[in-house]
Design a protein around this ligand. Structure first.
Ligand code: NAD
Length: 346
């Protein structure tokens, strides 16, 4: 039987959840709650029930799941109240702003024996899935470096995301997605973290960042987010011992160049201003294979399907409490590194 869902916060992402629920095969949209009366009126105009208070939502015995889609600083209190009222809770990312707050949330979930997870929906992005598949299959050998970049040029949004008190800034907004994706690809054996924040268009919160992660096996990951990049660098770049993979843009397939023969006797040198170089000479089809990697298929509805299965004890949570804690800890280490200018032991 479908589970009854209420979405708290009917803004950009709350509307997405409401629309998504209307098409879902596992949840039914019971209604929404938003503190802004204009948003309640908007919901009603679409035939969606708008609760008049959060207490009314919590008191409704027919509500199984609450999805929280409000500004980041308010997640903790709203989530804990829902769990204490006996609801299962899905929270938008970033789940909250610190490990300390997250532990309170997890504690409330455990005490009330309710499911609690965070909406890491970018685990369904096909660019990320392509890189993860290439990594997991060993398509280009052992991976020693992966770079994940998202570059835009429109600055940080002018809403609450630009304000520190609401948990604004790009690490919280995009960083958590990109950290989570890299965790899914590389695992959790991070040894050191180094991060620099940018404040080009916003002095209060980071409007971009550069984050380096160093792993126990000597491999590394680099995550970069920019909101003032008028020329974007490739979305993903991954180097393995047998080749290189690249995704230039969200819409593009991954391209792989794989080495067939390492040693060659007849390298044609390339000429530049300083003379001839063999080291930097391009390769040809005799020594490398070049091909596109198949585009993975994903269905974002699997997120709610998994959550409902977890409630029924038929599956483990796709985004576990351990995953949430790990992602938040990496974020905290990134902030500590940026503040101190130091590499942080993780
Ligand atoms: P938004 O400003 O568009 O909407 C927030 C809504 O919450 C507003 O309508 C506001 O009136 C309402 N609200 C604020 N406090 C409330 C409260 N205490 N109770 C009920 N309603 C309240 O913001 P948004 O872009 O929808 O972001 C909301 C959350 O979703 C954030 O945590 C954000 O990080 C996340 N988000 C996730 C994704 C994703 O891809 N997963 C994308 C965008 C936003």
């Amino acid at each position: 039987m479908k589970k009854n869902l209420v979405v708290v916060g009917f803004g950009g992402m709350g509307s997405w959840h409401a629309d998504h629920a209307l098409e879902s095969d596992v949840v039914t949209l019971k209604g929404i709650y938003d503190i802004d009366p204009a948003k309640s009126a908007l919901a009603k105009s679409h035939g969606i029930y708008a609760y008049s208070s959060y207490d009314e939502v919590l008191a409704d015995k027919d509500v199984d799941i609450i999805t929280v889609a409000i500004p980041n600083d308010q997640h903790k209190d709203v989530v804990v109240a829902a769990l204490n009222a006996g609801k299962h809770v899905l929270c938008e990312k970033p789940v909250t702003l610190s490990t300390e707050l997250l532990l309170e949330m997890i504690d409330a979930a455990n005490k009330n024996d309710k499911m609690f997870s965070v909406h890491q929906n970018r685990r369904f992005d096909v660019d990320y899935l392509a890189m993860k598949t290439i990594h997991d299959r060993g398509e280009i050998g052992d991976i020693f470096n992966i770079e994940s970049r998202v570059h835009g040029s429109r600055g940080i949004p002018s809403d609450w995301r630009g304000k520190k008190e609401f948990g604004g800034g790009m690490i919280y907004d995009w960083g958590i997605h990109l950290i989570d994706q890299i965790m899914m690809i590389k695992g959790k054996d991070i040894k050191k973290v180094y991060c620099r924040l940018d404040n080009i268009t916003n002095k209060e919160v980071d409007d971009g960042f550069k984050l380096e992660l160093y792993y126990g096996d000597s491999s590394r990951a680099y995550i970069e987010l920019g909101t003032y990049n008028f020329i974007a660098l490739p979305r993903f770049y991954m180097q393995g011992t047998k080749g290189t993979a690249i995704i230039t843009d969200w819409r593009e397939n991954a391209k792989i160049v794989k080495c067939k023969h390492w040693h060659e006797s007849d390298v044609l040198p390339v000429e530049n201003a300083a003379g001839l170089t063999k080291t930097m000479a391009p390769r040809d089809s005799v020594t490398v294979d070049e091909y596109e990697f198949e585009r993975p298929v994903s269905d974002v509805h699997d997120y709610y399907r998994n959550f409902c299965d977890a409630i029924e004890k038929k599956a483990d949570l796709m985004v576990s409490n351990e995953d949430m804690l790990f992602d938040i800890k990496v974020m905290e280490a990134a902030f500590r590194s940026a503040k101190s200018g130091q590499v942080i032991d993780f």
